[in-house]
Design a protein around this ligand. Structure first.
Ligand SMILES: [Zn+2]
Length: 1152
């Protein structure tokens, strides 16, 4: 009742503001315009009229903004009323009322509109069409014979751009620094000399991590030379990311962040912005990347590693160049022009034309006497007057054949390879020999070819010119390019899981970085406001912290490289990456701790910064790059000990906070209100059946406002006053001796021991096997019982001589497929029951598996938490998978996410080998039929597959003794104790006539989005010292309310000061992502956040009471060139902006 009245008042208020604005405008017009008229009755009537017209236009604009606002408010009012009628927060809503809710679920209409509805090529259909039979294509082994008459270019000559490039991996066989010392710096030094020698020479460069390092090493004179080369179009920075990112395992936060880091660097030092993308080595390609590139202002891109059968099909159809569209976007808004390289590789033998034996002869780095040679046995020859004609015609034949695969007579021919152009002689060999060939072409117009060195932009400009002259447009394409195969049945699905320990560490850093960015930006804004003069607090190390943030951004960025997060680098390089991630987490924690310290102090004058003795500490420690975080034990007494919890999400979170304490009797209160928190004490298991007598796990229920820091007081309580978990132990055969001093333990015997174990909360009930403790079935509140079995299985690899086997990149399982996990010793099963959570833990030899349900009323209690602790170090050539077997009739269709940004339909195809049916899953997967959907949300990347209807499996770890012949030269045997974390969500759906398994575009449900958010951005717990003389702390709550459920604050990232290098500026990048969500399931219970059917959002309302001094919409990498023009800017509140479902929007803001 109270809340609806507030809303009504709000609606009224907005209406009043609108009327008053109108009145003021009219007044202004009368006051300012009429006297003016009297003074100039004749000459300026027209001008005045147009001015008046402008004012009316503005007025109209204002009115419509106000109308929209009112509509938005009315919407949320209606919805709140509805939710009130169906039982307040909705937790008791019957299924009937929630079904009627679905019909009017606002926002659905918007999300539904994005589905399907465009023509063009859908890659899923191409997969259905292709035979994948891999016939021998002759010279072009994976292709076909290309024919031409020779007169095709008579009217329009072949226009060729030879694009010199050097692929520099930021770590692979050597570390980033070693490559830089040994190769990269020489390449760039020589680039400067060799390009300056002849203005016709060109070069492209992609990796800004290397480029910026080199920039720091060169003097001002050389920097000027670089700028001249860039200005003259001889040197082009392509993509402009920190690295050439992996597109399978990377999360879109990190993909965008590394792009921002690179683009900001380029703009600052070179004053340009990249326009073309270059991704020749990532092992498969994702449309999420193209979305980010387009949003960052790029217009074109090149990709290379695509399944050979798809390449061949596209080559036949002449669709190797296309407009790559987002599946969910039927407008041209997100299109980007994409060029797919037709052949096997980006090296010279596979780029000049279809025949590598011929093309290799035009890699002049392989001239006889050098270190590299042509494996096709015909070496290159230096171009001389004697052989130039014969050589030129031989090469022209390749160019012409390649040209026949494209619709325009413009041809892109890359010239380079990994770490090329190190020595000055290589530059001379390539540039002088090719110049001779080009000169020969120039002297023979009858050949109808114009060839020159070029950059990507040179090529794409010519392409667009030719296309528009011819009046042709490129075909559109939707979908992604996973799973990549480069030859035979060699599918690159192994790297979706390789080195899972680091794939998880990657996300830990990502979450830490995002939380730190946001808290740091809020702290600076608060400090500026606190003083009132815009200055920061003396003693707060803003500059040092900003540098820690920058280093953290760059560590995360570096790890997105396609040999880093992929798990495909050599062991010492993996350690180097791990060390960078680990150090960055520690450094970012310092920033978090000292920002929180200042924000929490009631008396700010008590702030002091001492790096060696921080006021706040994390509640856990990470001791090394290869170890998991360990919770520290808090010593309790009757004096309250302060716990500080930061909620890094934009939503009010009901979270369970767990810390380790030294007493089983604990009391937790909200420090501000003194209200006691519901709490539970659980055992800390030193061994599966031995509980620690010194350490106890305290778990309490915390209500955390969005982006808030909340203070709790923990004290030692009287004996027996805290709820303790009760334990039940099971094991077939001999039950172990259980050691617990402080907990009640039972051991069921007789028939009780044979019946399924069961746990339940308000939302569902689960049953697990009495033998293994593994989940068997689940009943929802609606009464529907679903089979959802958890199984564990092993994959082995192929056996026999000369058989290629699984390695870091490839998954090549044995013919027998997955074998059930079995051990001679039955697992120990431990059930815990408590008021906060209950769980079942199964202790197997190679893993410990826990399913936990939380006794929470709200949506946070709707999902089942699954965690695994895996250790397969004793195994040889084995991969462990966790499989869910459900009764969902999804046919052969399932969905995995692409980079956490969007869901992609997958079709399991029998014509493909087993390993081809595995896909990357970075945060989510689901199966559905018309009645239900099973979603698995994950906190880390891994491979996923649905090999039979109803099944969904994820690969947990892989240990492989051999190299898989992709250049790495080793297996993956550096396995560690590895954690993985999931939430399983089962939702009833309202079906209707739908395609079996789902449409080509589907989204996560609202509940799945919220669950995924709390999984990927968990609360961060800090502890204050145990000292009774502590200064008083008060909570920090920057927002009045949660953001709408579907709007995600992706980042609030302080930008670097333009004048003072290495210092924070007042400008912050505000990055919002409005998610698309599924409408077939009602979010039950209703989440506390709201959502709206409107695209218009008022930023001032969204972040109230935070104030924006300025807001400028910009491109996704915040380049000044991409800022909206001043004329379009809204200088005064309300700041209405458009957020379309699925879209990411970036703003350059100043917080007041
Ligand atoms: Zn590479």
């Amino acid at each position: 009742m109270k809340r609806s009245r507030v809303l009504a008042v709000l609606v009224g208020g907005v209406f009043c503001v609108a009327v008053m604005t109108l009145y003021r405008m009219l007044e202004l017009m009368q006051g300012a315009e009429l006297p003016h008229h009297r003074e100039t009755p004749a000459g300026q009537v027209e001008e005045d009229l147009s001015r008046l017209q402008q004012k009316i236009d503005r007025l109209e604009h204002l009115l419509s903004d106000n109308n929209r606002l009112v509509a938005t408010l009315r919407d949320s009012l209606v919805r709140r009323k509805a939710s009130w009628q169906t039982g307040g927060g909705g937790s008791n809503g019957s299924s009937d009322s929630t079904h009627s809710q679905v019909d009017t679920l606002p926002g659905c209409r918007l999300a539904e509109e994005m589905k399907d509805g465009t023509d063009g090529v859908q890659l899923l259909d191409v997969y259905d069409l292709l035979a994948f039979d891999n016939p021998d294509g002759g010279a072009w082994k994976q292709g076909f014979e290309i024919l031409y008459h020779g007169n095709e270019w008579d009217e329009q000559p072949l226009e060729l751009f030879l694009v010199p490039h050097s692929h520099n991996d930021p770590g692979w066989l050597k570390t980033f620094d070693s490559y830089y010392q040994d190769q990269t710096r020489h390449i760039l030094n020589n680039m400067l000399i060799k390009l300056t020698e002849d203005h016709r020479r060109k070069m492209i460069w992609a990796e800004i991590s290397y480029f910026s390092k080199w920039w720091n090493d060169i003097d001002e004179q050389k920097r000027e030379m670089v700028k001249r080369l860039v200005g003259a179009g001889q040197l082009e920075l392509v993509t402009g990311g920190w690295v050439m990112a992996d597109e399978a395992n990377s999360h879109y936060f990190a993909l965008l962040d590394q792009l921002i880091e690179g683009h900001q660097w380029i703009q600052k030092h070179l004053g340009v912005k990249p326009s073309s993308g270059w991704a020749v080595d990532p092992f498969g390609h994702s449309p999420s990347m193209t979305y980010l590139l387009k949003g960052a202002g790029l217009r074109n891109m090149v990709i290379q590693r695509v399944h050979y059968a798809v390449k061949k099909h596209f080559a036949r159809q002449q669709t190797l160049e296309f407009l790559w569209q987002q599946s969910w976007d039927s407008s041209a808004h997100s299109d980007i022009t994409c060029h797919m390289m037709p052949f096997y590789s980006y090296d010279v033998p596979h780029t000049c034309g279809p025949n590598p034996a011929v093309c290799c002869q035009f890699d002049f780095h392989r001239l006889p006497g050098g270190r590299v040679f042509c494996p096709w046995r015909t070496p290159p020859q230096p171009i001389t007057e004697q052989n130039v004609q014969e050589r030129a015609l031989l090469l022209l034949d390749q160019y012409r054949q390649k040209s026949r695969l494209f619709r325009s007579p413009v041809l892109l021919v890359p010239l380079g390879d990994d770490f090329r152009y190190v020595e000055s002689s290589e530059w001379d060999a390539q540039f002088s020999n090719y110049q001779k060939l080009f000169d020969y072409f120039d002297q023979h117009p009858e050949l109808h070819i114009k060839a020159r060195f070029g950059t990507l932009s040179d090529y794409f400009e010519a392409l667009h010119r030719r296309l528009s002259t011819a009046g042709t447009t490129l075909p559109t394409l939707r979908g992604d390019f996973f799973t990549y195969a480069d030859r035979d049945d060699h599918y690159w699905s192994g790297y979706f899981t390789s080195r899972p320990f680091y794939k998880r560490l990657d996300r830990t850093l990502e979450a830490t970085l995002r939380a730190t960015e946001i808290l740091f930006s809020l702290t600076l804004a608060e400090m500026r406001r606190f003083h009132g003069n815009g200055r920061l607090v003396a003693g707060f190390p803003a500059r040092e912290h900003f540098q820690r943030l920058t280093a953290g951004r760059r560590s995360l960025a570096l790890f997105q490289h396609h040999d880093a997060v992929t798990g495909t680098a050599r062991d010492p390089v993996v350690v180097d990456y791990g060390t960078r991630l680990f150090r960055s987490i520690l450094n970012l924690r310092q920033v978090l701790q000292s920002s929180a310290h200042w924000l929490l102090l009631l008396d700010k004058s008590l702030y002091h910064h001492d790096q060696s003795k921080p006021f706040l500490q994390m509640d856990d420690v990470i001791t090394a790059q290869d170890s998991l975080p360990q919770k520290t034990s808090l010593a309790l007494s009757s004096e309250p000990r302060s716990l500080i919890v930061f909620n890094p999400t934009e939503q009010l979170q009901t979270s369970i906070i767990s810390v380790i304490v030294d007493s089983p009797d604990v009391r937790v209160v909200d420090a501000e209100t003194g209200r006691p928190m519901a709490a539970q004490i659980s055992a800390v298991w030193a061994e599966p059946s031995r509980a620690s007598t010194e350490a106890f796990q305290l778990s309490f229920l915390a209500q955390l406002p969005p982006l808030s820091l909340v203070v709790y007081h923990v004290t030692k309580a009287s004996a027996g006053s805290t709820h303790r978990a009760r334990y039940t132990f099971h094991r077939r055969g001999n039950l172990p001796t259980v050691h617990t001093e402080h907990f009640q333990v039972s051991r069921p015997q007789g028939p009780e021991a044979d019946s399924p174990m069961s746990l339940s909360n308000k939302h569902f009930q689960i049953w697990s096997s009495p033998d293994t403790g593994l989940l068997q079935k689940l009943r929802l509140q609606s009464g529907l019982v679903h089979q959802v079995q958890v199984q564990f299985l092993w994959y082995g690899t192929r056996i026999g001589a000369n058989r290629e086997r699984s390695g870091a990149y490839l998954f090549l399982p044995g013919e027998e497929g997955a074998q059930p996990y079995s051990t001679s010793e039955p697992p120990l099963v431990r059930i815990s029951r408590g008021p906060i959570f209950s769980d079942i833990t199964s202790c197997f030899r190679h893993f410990t598996h826990t399913v936990r349900l939380y006794h929470l009323d709200g949506h946070a209690g709707r999902s089942l938490e699954i965690s695994n602790m895996v250790d397969i170090r004793s195994e040889v050539n084995r991969e462990l998978v966790m499989r869910l077997v459900s009764d969902v009739a999804n046919g052969n269709r399932f969905y995995t996410d692409l980079n956490g940004f969007q869901m992609q339909q997958r079709r399991t195809l029998e014509k493909l080998p087993l390993q081809a049916n595995f896909y990357p899953m970075s945060s989510a997967a689901f199966l559905q039929d018309s009645a239900s959907r099973v979603s698995l949300l994950s906190a880390q990347s891994q491979a996923a597959a649905s090999l039979r209807p109803g099944e969904l499996e994820v690969v947990l770890d892989r240990r492989l003794q051999q190299d898989d012949n992709r250049g790495l030269g080793q297996g993956v045997t550096d396995n560690k104790l590895t954690a993985s974390l999931y939430h399983l969500l089962l939702e009833d759906r309202r079906g209707g006539a739908q395609e079996v398994g789902g449409a080509s575009v589907e989204h996560l449900s609202l509940l799945a989005h919220l669950t995924s958010l709390s999984l990927s951005q968990p609360p961060i717990t800090m502890v204050a010292p145990s000292d009774s003389q502590l200064p008083k702390l008060r909570p920090f709550r920057p927002l009045h309310s949660s953001l709408p459920c579907d709007i995600h604050l992706l980042n609030l990232r302080t930008l670097e000061d333009a004048q003072e290098a290495g210092s924070p500026s007042q400008e912050v990048a505000l990055i919002l992502h409005r998610k698309g969500f599924d409408c077939s399931s009602a979010p039950e219970p209703l989440p506390l956040c709201t959502w709206s059917a409107h695209e218009e959002v008022n930023l001032d309302d969204l972040f109230s009471p935070l104030q924006f001094r300025s807001v400028r919409r910009s491109g996704l990498t915040l380049l000044h060139d991409d800022d909206e023009p001043a004329s379009a800017r809204q200088q005064q509140p309300p700041r209405i902006t458009h957020l379309r479902p699925m879209e990411i929007s970036a703003y350059r803001v100043e917080l007041d």
